[in-house]
Design a protein around this ligand. Structure first.
Ligand code: CDP
Length: 226
């Protein structure tokens, strides 16, 4: 079986940075499933669809859409394409998309549509997949499972520092948005955010990304796969 590493955790916990860094360290391929949900949310936003009031308007478009990670052989990275075009990363991280992504990700048909695409990625030799339900739903048999957390204050600070927000956005506003998304993600009936029973929990409050990756690699060395 391919080596599968599942990384989950709440918004702005640092898991994307850690997952990307781990992929570079062990020469693996990184899949950001949050970005996949953001791609669909971005398309809904551009069409003016309200995912809470009219989810069916979005659901009926799904069969017409394509979303896939393509391998860039030179860089040994995966690039996300929506309807055959590379996605616009800055737009997908904007407040507009962040505000609608959780309601979009709570639509059962959207999650079904994603599942096979995400499992197909996991067939690649070394895969590091990051999201909310990777260790519980998408890849429950992953070789290693990590659940990354950080305190709400630290997460708000990190997100603000990332620069996805308009100038002048306050820490409180960022914290409010993160809290709202955490609530929606962990209370939804389908695939809520939670650690798997056999996951290693890492609180990253006082850790640098390199230290987090050290800990993951240490855990993998101490638990070689059978
Ligand atoms: O970067 P950040 O942690 O803020 O969020 P993200 O990983 O880009 O994910 C955006 C949103 O997509 C989450 O808030 C979830 O609502 C949804 N998501 C999900 O439902 N399942 C996943 N496996 C990944 C993301």
């Amino acid at each position: 079986m391919a080596l599968q590493i599942a990384i989950d955790g709440p918004a702005a916990s640092g898991k994307s940075t850690d997952a990307r860094l781990l992929a570079a360290r062990i020469n693996g391929l990184y899949v950001n499933t949050g970005e996949m949900y953001r791609a669909v949310a971005g398309a809904a936003y551009n069409l003016g669809i309200d995912p809470t009031k009219n989810p069916q308007d979005l659901v009926k478009l799904l069969p017409k859409w394509t979303l896939e990670y393509r391998l860039d052989n030179e860089k040994n990275t995966l690039e996300l394409f929506f309807n055959d075009k590379p996605v616009d990363h800055a737009f997908l991280r904007s407040k507009e998309v962040s505000d609608v992504v959780s309601p979009v990700a709570a639509i059962p048909e959207v999650r079904d549509w994603m599942l096979q695409k995400q499992r197909d990625c996991a067939k690649l030799p070394i895969i590091i997949m990051e999201g909310r339900d990777i260790q519980t739903v998408v890849l429950p048999n992953a070789t290693y499972k990590f659940f990354i957390t950080a305190s709400p204050e630290e997460r708000a600070r990190r997100r603000l520092k990332q620069g996805d927000f308009k100038d002048g956005t306050s820490l409180e506003e960022v914290a409010k948005q993160i809290k709202m998304r955490d609530h929606l993600d962990s209370t939804r009936p389908i695939a809520p955010l939670k650690p798997a029973e056999d996951a290693l929990l890492i609180n990253t409050d006082n850790m640098t990304p390199d230290e987090v990756v050290d800990k993951m690699v240490e855990h993998m060395r101490a638990n070689p796969r059978q």
